[in-house]
Structure formats: C-alpha cells, structure tokens
Design a protein around this ligand. Structure first.
Ligand code: NCD
Length: 316
C-alpha cells in the first residue's frame, strides 16, 4: 500500500475508497489468507489493541469473522451482547460507543439497522477511534464486498474487464448488493446484470451502468459470476412477495437456470441462505458454489481492514 492510500481513518463504505486503496486491501487480504484460518503464525500487529463487536442486528458470519480476525492479529475482542446490554435500557448507540472508548477500546465493528448509523457515529468519536461498518440498514456492507471481490479474484483473476456478473433476487433491500456494485464498478467489471421481480429492483441510482432484467434467465445468460441474495423480509413492506414458493419457482437459482451461465461460472451467496427460496440445495452445495470460500475469505478481508485501520505492519 502506498502513502496516498493509507492510513484509512474508518471503513464506512466502498464508494469512499479509491480504486488503488480497494486493490491494496484486496492484495493484503489475499496475502493474509494463509494466516486467516488459524495456526501459530506469530503475526500480532494488533497486540495491545481492543476490538469491540457492536451488533445491533443478528449476524453469524460477519460477527464471528470480525472476532476471529481480531484474535488472529493479536487483539483483545469484546463481543457486545445486545440482549444483556444497556441499549435495552434506552442507552443510545453514541453513549455505548463513548462508554467503550472510555475503557480503551479503539476498534469497533458496528452493525445497525438504520441507514447511515455508523457514518453518523464517525462524525463524533474520539480521535483514536476506528470504525468499521459491518452493515447499516440497506446502505453499505463494505467488508462483505471486499470478501466477495477477493473470492472473485481467486477464481477469475484480477482483470474484471471481461467478466459478466449477474446479481439475482432482493437487490432493493440488500446492502451487500449496493457495496458489491460499488466495488465491481471500481474494479472495472465489463458487464453487470441485475434481475429481480419489479418490487425488489433498486432505484436507478443503484443500478446505473447495469442491465436490468425482469427474468432471471436473461441475466444469467453467459454469466461468469452469479450472486444470489436472501429475501430481506425484515426490511420489506408486507405483501411485496406473494409467497416463498412462488419466488422459488420464478427466481430461485436452480441447476436448470444455472446451466444458462458459463460452464465455469461461480455461484456466490452472502448468507444466511434460505434454501428452496432463493437457491436450490443442488446449487448451494454443488461444484460451482464458492459460498464456503466466501466465508473463509471473510476472515482474511477483515484482517486486512483491521490491520490497515490500526496501522499495523504487514507480515513479511
Ligand atoms: C448479509 C447482511 O447482513 O447484510 N449477511 C452477511 O453479512 N453475510 C446478507 C443477509 O443478511 O441476507
């Protein structure tokens, strides 16, 4: 990474990064991959630092991988337990942040249901505090985009200028789709096809530069990468989708539909998956699925971000 790219103060959104910084983070994540899955590698640039995981929405992959990324770089990690915390007594998220700052916590991975919640905290935090947006509302999920791009690079190389990426499903409510779109554009992806029922398509500011389809089959045609998304019912008005069965019939990623993509296409899903709703078992567990690699790459991507924010020295 060059001096122009770093230090990053916070990681709030992919669209706040330059293409150079995005590339540098991805290269660092790729280099950290062998260290990411444990073992006694002795690289502890975060020794003495504390990371707090503040998750105001449920999470399995993101929360666990932030925890492991911190631990594997030598940090102490606090997992903030919502059910047992004072936010249940009415404490604001700002007061929670300041409480932990007062205990010497400097690194925060924060997930919140409100759009812009993490960016708002960034305007009023202590100088030494570093915030990572672990998902806010339907707006941003930058570390998911990093791990997704890392996974695509692993399978398709660094040149995205010939790739066709298809994104299927509930794009309207997906912060993953928004962050992936920013990253795919920054990396110069040739063609991005979006497909969803009309009620689940995003507005034109999100889909700019993409082709938009009302049949999954059109978007899948000759795709190199297929990203399917969960129906985000918690962010949806009642009645947007008639039924899970009807969605699967018309939009589910089945083996028949996947056959329209290139034979070497990879299948991605950020998780959690609703099997038999947005994806068939045979595809989720099939030879083209890289869904578990995405999860592994999540640890490496989050290590790269923590290291960059904490100013840690790269491993040799
Ligand atoms: C995603 C999220 O929370 O935005 N999950 C994740 O972080 N892996 C997607 C989802 O919940 O559907």
């Amino acid at each position: 990474m060059t001096r122009d790219d770093l230090p990053l103060r916070h990681l709030l959104a992919i669209d706040a990064l330059s293409a150079t910084t995005l590339d540098a983070l991805l290269r660092r994540a790729a280099a950290l991959r062998p260290l990411a899955l444990g073992g006694d590698h002795g690289h502890r640039p975060l020794a003495g630092a504390t990371l707090a995981n503040l998750f105001f929405e449920p999470s399995t992959r993101t929360r666990c991988s932030f925890r492991l990324a911190g631990v594997r770089l030598g940090a102490e990690v606090i997992d903030f337990d919502m059910a047992a915390s004072s936010s249940r007594k009415g404490e604001t998220i700002g007061d929670t942040l300041r409480t932990l700052e007062a205990m010497g916590v400097t690194l925060f991975a924060i997930r919140h249901g409100v759009d812009g919640a993490v960016a708002a905290l960034a305007t009023d935090c202590a100088p030494q505090t570093r915030l990572i947006n672990a998902g806010d509302g339907r707006s941003h999920h930058p570390t998911q985009a990093l791990l997704d791009m890392l996974t695509i690079r692993q399978h398709k190389g660094e040149d995205f200028s010939r790739l066709k990426v298809a994104i299927l499903g509930d794009i309207r409510h997906s912060r993953v789709a928004r962050s992936d779109l920013h990253a795919l554009r920054l990396l110069g992806t040739c063609s991005i096809a979006l497909a969803a029922p009309p009620a689940l398509l995003p507005d034109s500011t999100v889909s700019q530069g993409c082709t938009v389809h009302d049949h999954a089959e059109e978007a899948l045609h000759e795709a190199d990468v297929v990203i399917t998304l969960r129906l985000q019912r918690e962010r949806m008005d009642e009645g947007l989708i008639s039924s899970a069965d009807a969605f699967y019939r018309d939009w589910g990623l089945t083996a028949e539909r996947l056959a329209l993509a290139r034979p070497d296409a990879i299948v991605m899903h950020p998780g959690p998956m609703n099997r038999g709703v947005e994806i068939a078992d045979a595809v989720a567990d099939g030879p083209q699925s890289v869904i578990r690699e995405q999860v592994s790459n999540g640890v490496a991507a989050r290590m790269a971000v923590l290291e960059a924010l904490a100013g840690g020295q790269p491993a040799s």
